[in-house]
Design a protein around this ligand. Structure first.
Ligand code: NAD
Ligand code: DAU
Length: 359
C-alpha cells in the first residue's frame, strides 16, 4: 500500500458505500473498508468493486481495538473517515444500547487507537494524518419555523438517543483535538437521500411501500421539516473537507432544500404516478397519518455558508433533480431491494408500524 490509502469505517452502509464508490472513481487510491455488517451494512452496494484491488473489505467492529490497531499498522493510512454508526432515530427509541456501544464507545476506541498509531509515526507521515468524523445536524436540536438555520456554533441540544450518542462522539473528537492535538475534522450534515439507502428511512420506505401498494406512513401532522442533501453531493463535500479542511474545524453540509415531510411524500407519489402509473389510481391515496415519533424534532435547517466560502463547495442537485434520480434508481434496482428486504426488515416494520395507531 502507498501513503495514499485511507481507512473508511461503515463503508458498507448507505453514505459510506456511496463515498467508497465516489472515492475510487474520483481519487483512485486504495480504501480499507472496516464494517461490522449490521442489518444496515450490505456488500451488495459495493459489488461493482468486487475484483478491484483498491477496495479491501474487512468485516469487523470499530470497538475491536486489536483489529483497528492491526489495520493501521499494516496499511498505514493517511486518513480515517468514520461513518460507522447506528443511524436510525426510530431504532434508537426502541433500543438505545447499540447506539451508545457503537456511536460513543466505538468512536472513543477508534480515537484511542489513532493516538497510539500516531505515536509510531514521524515527520511528514505524522503531520498529514487526519481523522474525519461524519456527524449530523440533529445534534443541534430542533428549530422553530422562523429560527435561523444551524451554524457550526449553534449550541448542542440533542433530543433523541441517536442524536445524543452522535453529540457525545462529536465532543470526544473535539476533545482529542484540543487535548492531544489530533488533526480532526467534523462534518454535520442534513438528511441524505439517494441510491442504496436502507428502506427504514423516509424516502426509500415511501417509494417501496408505494410500489407494493401499502399505506404510506406519515408521522403526526406531516409538517416536520428536514433539509435534503443528495448523497453524491455529500460525498463530494467530504472529499473536499478531507483534502482542505483545517484541523479542529467543524463544517456544516446541507442541500439548501428545506421540505415538509408531507411535501416529500407527495413529490414521490407524483413521480411514481408519472414513472410507474397505476390505471385509475393515484399513489397519494395511500398516505396515512400515524401516531407521531416520540420527541420528534420539528425542523432542521443547515447554514452551509462556511464550507461554501472557505472550501468552495456547493451542492449540484436541487431536491427536484435529486429525488427524480432516486425514485428512478429504486425502480431500476429492484433486485437490490429484494436482497435487503428479508425477514429482519419485515420484523422491523412490524415493530415500528404494527399497532401504532393513527395521528
Ligand atoms: P447506515 O446505517 O446506512 O450505515 C452504517 C454502517 O455502519 C453500516 O454499514 C453498519 O454495518 C456499520 N456499522 C455499524 N456499527 C458498526 C461497528 N460497531 N463497527 C463497524 N461498522 C459498523 O448509516 P448512514 O445513513 O450511511 O450514515 C453514515 C454516517 O452518517 C453515520 O455516522 C450517521 O450518523 C451519519 N449521518 C447520516 C445521515 C443520513 O441522512 N443518513 C445524515 C447525517 C449524518
Ligand atoms: O438530519 C440528519 C439525520 O437524518 C441523520 O442523522 C439520521 O441518521 C437519518 O436517519 C435522518 O434522521 P431523520 O429522523 O430525519 O430521518 P427519517 O428518514 O427517519 O425521517 C425523516 C422525517 O420523516 C422525520 O421527520 C420522520 C418522518 N418519518 C419517518 C419515517 C421513517 C415519517 O413521517 N414516517 C416514517 O415512516
Amino acid at each position: 500500500m502507498t501513503e495514499k490509502t485511507i481507512l473508511v469505517t461503515g463503508g458498507a452502509g448507505f453514505i459510506g458505500s456511496n463515498f467508497v464508490l465516489n472515492w475510487i472513481n474520483q481519487e483512485g487510491s486504495p480504501v480499507i473498508n472496516l464494517d461490522k455488517l449490521t442489518y444496515a451494512g450490505n456488500l451488495g452496494n459495493l459489488s461493482s468493486l468486487k475484483n478491484d484491488k483498491r477496495h479491501i473489505f474487512v468485516k469487523g467492529d470499530i470497538n475491536d481495538r486489536t483489529l483497528v490497531q492491526e489495520l493501521l499498522t499494516r496499511h498505514r493510512p493517511w486518513a480515517i473517515v468514520n461513518f460507522a454508526a447506528e443511524s436510525h432515530v426510530d431504532r434508537s427509541i426502541h433500543g438505545p444500547e447499540d447506539f451508545i456501544q457503537t456511536n460513543v464507545n466505538g468512536t472513543f476506541h477508534l480515537l484511542q487507537e489513532t493516538r497510539a498509531y500516531l505515536e509510531t509515526l514521524e515527520g511528514e507521515e505524522k503531520n498529514v494524518f487526519r481523522f474525519l468524523h461524519i456527524s449530523t445536524d440533529e445534534v443541534y436540536g430542533s428549530l422553530g419555523p422562523d429560527d435561523a438555520p444551524f451554524t457550526e456554533s449553534s449550541p448542542y441540544t440533542p433530543n433523541s438517543p441517536y442524536s445524543a450518542s452522535k453529540a457525545a462522539s462529536d465532543h470526544l473528537v473535539r476533545a482529542f483535538h484540543h487535548t492531544y492535538g489530533l488533526y480532526t475534522l467534523t462534518s454535520n450534515c442534513s438528511n441524505n437521500y439517494g441510491p442504496y439507502q436502507f428502506p427504514e428511512k423516509l424516502v426509500p420506505l415511501i417509494i417501496l411501500n408505494a410500489l407494493n401498494w401499502k399505506p404510506l406512513p406519515v408521522y403526526g401532522d406531516g409538517l416536520n421539516v428536514r433539509d435534503w442533501l443528495y448523497v453524491q453531493d455529500h460525498c463530494e463535500a467530504l472529499r473536499i473537507v478531507l483534502a482542505q479542511g483545517k484541523s479542529g474545524e467543524v463544517y456544516n453540509i446541507g442541500g439548501g432544500n428545506e421540505r415538509k415531510n408531507i411535501d416529500v411524500v407527495q413529490t414521490i407519489c407524483s413521480l411514481l404516478d408519472e414513472l410507474r402509473p397505476v390505471s385509475g389510481q393515484k399513489y397519494a391515496s395511500l398516505i396515512s397519518f400515524i401516531k407521531d415519533r416520540p420527541g420528534h424534532d420539528r425542523r432542521y435547517a443547515i447554514d452551509a455558508r462556511k464550507i461554501g466560502h472557505q472550501l468552495r463547495w456547493k451542492p449540484e442537485e436541487t431536491f427536484e433533480t435529486g429525488i427524480r434520480k432516486t425514485v428512478q434508481w429504486y425502480l431500476d434496482n429492484m433486485e437490490w431491494v429484494k436482497s435487503i428486504t428479508s425477514g429482519d426488515y419485515q420484523r422491523w416494520l412490524e415493530k415500528n408500524y404494527g399497532n401504532r395507531g393513527t395521528a
